[in-house]
Design a protein around this ligand. Structure first.
Ligand SMILES: [Zn+2]
Length: 365
């Protein structure tokens, strides 16, 4: 893969990913842009032992622009976008409205001295946008194997680079698709968040894995994968990956994709594993759309181990996997996170996982 890095007019980094034999790029952003400011901060929720990002400037971000005003389409004469080129394959750039930023302002003392009950820290980190294709009308499901492979190269690169930053504790590669999910731009794209702390879900999974290891001497993810591979919820098993609906799926349609080798993050995938995934994943996404013959709104989330383990014994506990789920439970019906889920974090799923697996399998080509 050929990687070309440059800077946008306001100093944000932009990185192009092209095939090896592509011509060199000359990147000049001719826009006049005010510099990016961030007023994000992290506040500590003492009740739940979790950090919450407060990012007021994100209210101003671009919201559902008309197709001819899309900021992720290539630039053309008279209309300059975030991508200062007339064409591209895969592009990554720093978000103009970042929830986490290396320029996050200082927030003063860590703990409020008078009460000791209010803690805050700068929302240091990085938020990036990953454009999957220059074609506004495409989606990840439409990509060819080689196009998907280039997206994977970009995901691997971002995980490798951002994990090296001393401020970053965890790299989260994800895609939200569909207005129903809250996507504010129609162009096919995903995001990368580099968090300065370990996220609550990852922390809980690591605790579960540690407890399982203490109880059994084995790895939780290894045991889960072997068990699911024997069961009725497998969507497809290839040479290097197994896709299945988990036994306790929380969402109407939820699919987990595990590599057969337990590895901590995307950077440890071999070429063979990447190639295999690039073929499998768009087919799974098309099957998801095929279930009801409508574009399914979905969230696709790469779960990766934390970057710097405090206790190195934990590093063997984490296991890279992709969690893909839709909030659509029937044509015309969405699953909303209501009282039980939102207030209690107690999920009730209306679609039995075995039935969901059947429907998705039927839609696989
Ligand atoms: Zn576009």
């Amino acid at each position: 893969v050929k990687r070309t890095s440059s800077h946008l007019a306001d100093g944000r980094e932009i990185i192009y990913f092209d095939p090896d034999d592509a011509e060199s790029r000359e990147i000049i952003d001719a826009r006049k842009l005010p510099s990016v400011t961030s007023n994000s901060e992290l506040r500590y929720d003492f009740l739940l032992d979790e950090w919450v990002g407060i990012a007021g400037q994100r209210q101003e971000r671009t919201f559902l622009p008309a197709t001819d005003e899309c900021p992720l389409c290539p630039s053309r004469e008279g209309r300059l976008t975030e991508i200062p080129s007339s064409d591209y394959r895969v592009v990554v750039f720093e978000n103009r409205f970042p929830a986490f930023s290396m320029n996050a302002p200082d927030t003063g003392p860590f703990v409020d001295e008078a009460t000791t009950m209010f803690a805050r820290r700068p929302a240091v980190g990085r938020c990036e946008v990953v454009c999957f294709s220059s074609d506004h009308t495409k989606s990840l499901a439409d990509l060819s194997t080689s196009e998907m492979r280039l997206v994977l190269d970009a995901w691997v690169d971002r995980t490798a680079v951002l994990s090296q930053l001393p401020e970053v504790a965890q790299v989260f590669v994800f895609e939200n698709r569909g207005e129903e999910i809250g996507v504010t731009l129609g162009h096919p794209h995903g995001q990368v968040y580099a968090y300065p702390y370990i996220t609550p879900r990852t922390r809980r999974m690591l605790i579960a894995a540690r407890n399982h290891h203490e109880r059994t001497g084995r790895n939780l993810f290894d045991d889960l994968l072997v068990a699911e591979q024997l069961g009725p919820r497998v969507i497809e098993r290839t040479e290097h990956w197994t896709a299945f609906v988990p036994a306790a799926a929380r969402w109407p349609f939820e699919i987990h994709l595990f590599p057969h080798r337990r590895i901590p993050n995307l950077t440890a995938l071999t070429h063979a594993e990447l190639d295999d995934f690039a073929d499998l994943y768009p087919r799974i996404l098309r099957a998801l759309d095929g279930v009801y013959d409508v574009h399914m709104p979905y969230i696709a989330a790469w779960h990766q181990g934390p970057c710097h383990f405090i206790d190195s014994a934990d590093s063997a506990l984490a296991a890279l996997h992709l969690q893909l789920f839709s909030i659509r439970r029937a044509p015309g019906k969405l699953k909303y996170l209501a009282g039980s889920e939102s207030a209690m974090d107690a999920f009730v799923n209306d679609v039995p996982p075995e039935f969901a697996a059947q429907l998705i399998r039927k839609a696989m080509l």
